[in-house]
Design a protein around this ligand. Structure first.
Ligand code: LR7
Ligand code: MN
Length: 593
């Protein structure tokens, strides 16, 4: 369970609950910098799957892919919710296997190809900024384990496409002993024949995990600055210059871009609000809103923001400083905890950590981590223990209060790290809390009260587009809950319409959710696209709960790429499922207001 929490804490940018809890904080003069969360639509240019082919498919099979072409010269495409349309069994396999292996929609990722444009999510003022001509050059280190090839190569090409050549010293790919065949074979060939010589591929002989993996990548690097990226990112316009500038001014400044959101279900790229990193006493990373005082300078929303912690995957740091500061703790395994460790170390040992609002990089946020550790160990707990024992002084008790079972757990040898802390003359954890993260609540006798004032980022409720019945044209029946409409996990069926029955009333809103009787959302299984839809708690992040009305009266499910259908229209049971869209009568629906 705590593992799950860790995952939720790090992988979801701002869950609905979290943003809603700030709803009633009074606005202190400042408006949010931009609508939140603003949805942007992917537009893509070149790539292995060309749009004309999809258009041909469209003509043959009768889907609406490619209908949205705006400018055939630039080949830009407006967001098509039907990007993940399943045409045949092979597509279905790519999609389902993709979700199992990578926890995101690999069918769409493959169709997008290796190059696409992303919306420029920077504040307008960023575009007026200029940066020094003599910036240091960067070594981009991307460590990956069993990554979807298309996502990895889109990461690499986004860097090549959107970084001035003189600033890009090299790209270092570290294959953490992946097992997937295309990574073992095709990738090597691709790097050799299709990419500039400055892109290097390093293979780990055994699985090291992302922490030692990054250290290995860094040891091969020769650029002035190290830039770390996850293997499923896309960098935005002018992403690197704003990161390099503060490092050039002060080599002990470590910087993070704003991490934009790439949807795991639709691959749409959308803007993130400017938030900063924090943590809780379970040693899970979390996002915090930025205290007003931090945003009040003359540069307003574009000025760098001091951040108590980093999310971990995306940051830039002077390479010599990375080495001086002790790289990472090589006793940490696979995943977790290293982000807080390096954050505490930076602040406590004389550096600083900033978020740069004018630098934007998208990251695919998955709902679960698709891999474990080789021996099934809880590496997050192991790594957090090391972190607590080396850096947190008496405050490690806060962690043990929440995780008493870990108090006696073996965490390996930390002598080197304790010595490092002494050698670097680092300050106490109390200093860090008092000066860098005063918002942190401390329970017990030393508890303190004051809370900072945050900007109100009240999240809008999705606007209702329609309210009414979901009428099945062939059977003259209505879509209803099989059991009680408030029962989570319940199936839906078609039954005689009753126009006085509130339990038959659906809401369709601007987030493309279908909500029955204002209670639960119509939802599909992530990993098994053949499972029938169910009523689930609305999660607000699209994907499995995103439906669109298309041509031939079809009701299309965005994440499984299929259409809602009555299984056997002659049967009184009225079972409903999703199937390949074919325009047939069992797949025709009408929303009646
Ligand atoms: O054994 C492994 N070997 C690897 O090379 C396991 C993972 N990896 C690679 C993996 O392919 C990926 O490129 O390491 C990278 C990070 O792994 P993810 O993407 O599974 O991690 P995450 O995005 O779920 O988790 C966040 O926290 C991690 C804690 O260890 C790392 O610091 C990740 O880099 C970090 N990701 C981000 O900060 C992106 C923004 C997420 C947020 C908030
Ligand atoms: Mn990641």
């Amino acid at each position: 369970y705590s593992n799950l929490l860790a995952l939720v804490a790090t992988s979801l940018p701002l869950p609905r609950e979290e943003t809603q809890s700030f709803k009633n904080v009074p606005i202190k003069g400042l408006e949010p910098q931009r609508p939140f969360p603003k949805k942007f639509y992917p537009r893509f240019t070149r790539g292995p799957v060309h749009i004309p082919e999809l258009q041909q498919k469209e003509n043959k099979i009768g889907n609406s892919l490619g209908n949205h072409i705006q400018d055939p010269v630039k080949r830009e495409v407006e967001f098509s919710p039907e990007m993940g349309m399943i045409f045949n069994e092979e597509d279905q396999e790519v999609r389902d296997l993709g979700y199992q292996k990578h926890a995101f929609n690999m069918l769409i990722s493959n169709r997008l190809g290796y190059h696409r444009e992303v919306p420029d999510t920077r504040d307008a003022k960023c575009r007026e900024k200029s940066y020094p001509a003599d910036l240091p050059s960067a070594s981009v280190v991307i460590c990956f384990y069993n990554e979807a090839l298309s996502a990895l190569l889109r990461t690499v090409h986004s860097v090549l496409d959107r970084t001035p050549a003189h600033l890009l010293h090299e790209i270092i790919l570290v294959d953490d002993n992946s097992e997937l065949a295309d990574l073992k074979k095709d990738l090597g060939e691709y790097v050799k024949t299709q990419l500039p010589k400055t892109t290097k591929l390093v293979r780990n002989e055994k699985r090291e995990g992302l922490i030692r993996g990054r250290m290995i990548g860094a040891s091969h690097a020769t650029g002035k600055v190290l830039v770390f990226l996850d293997s499923h990112c896309e960098v935005n316009e002018m992403w690197l210059q704003p990161l390099l500038t503060p490092i050039r001014e002060d080599h002990r400044t470590v910087v993070c871009p704003v991490i934009d959101i790439i949807s795991a279900d639709t691959l749409t790229y959308s803007s993130s609000p400017v938030v900063r990193g924090g943590f809780n006493w379970g040693l899970h990373f979390k996002w915090d809103l930025v205290p007003l005082a931090e945003l009040e300078g003359p540069e307003g929303a574009t000025a760098p923001i001091k951040s108590p912690t980093m999310a971990g995957g995306l940051f830039a740091m002077d390479r010599e400083y990375f080495n001086e500061l002790g790289q990472y703790d090589s006793g940490m395994d696979i995943w977790g905890g290293e982000n807080l460790e390096i954050s505490f170390r930076i602040w406590m040992c004389g550096g600083r950590l900033l978020i740069i609002p004018c630098s934007r990089v998208g990251h695919i946020f998955r709902k679960r981590r698709p891999y474990g550790s080789p021996g099934g160990q809880d590496t997050m707990a192991h790594n957090s223990l090391r972190l607590a024992h080396v850096w947190m002084d008496e405050y490690k008790e806060q962690y043990f209060a929440l995780r008493p079972e870990l108090r006696m757990r073996n965490y390996g040898n930390i002598t080197d790290r304790v010595e490092l802390r002494k050698r670097l003359n680092c300050k106490s954890f109390k200093w860090y809390l008092d000066n860098i993260y005063p918002e942190m609540q401390i329970s017990g006798p030393n508890a303190k009260a004051p809370q900072p004032v945050f900007i109100n980022r009240a999240q809008k409720r999705p606007k209702i587009i329609q309210r009414g019945r979901l009428y099945h044209l062939q059977t003259n029946k209505c879509l209803v809950a099989q059991g009680h409409p408030s029962q989570k996990g319940g199936l839906v069926v078609v039954r005689e319409c009753d126009y006085n029955d509130q339990n038959q009333v659906w809401i369709y809103n601007e987030d493309h959710e279908l909500i029955l009787n204002n209670l639960l959302c119509l939802d599909v299984s992530e990993t098994r696209s053949s499972d029938p839809p169910r009523l689930m708690k609305c999660h607000g992040s699209g994907g499995s709960q995103q439906w669109t009305f298309g041509k031939n009266n079809r009701l299309y499910q965005v994440s499984v790429g299929q259409c809602l259908k009555v299984v056997d229209p002659l049967s009184h049971k009225g079972y409903v499922t999703v199937a390949i869209c074919d325009g047939s009568l069992p797949q025709q629906w009408h929303f009646e207001s």
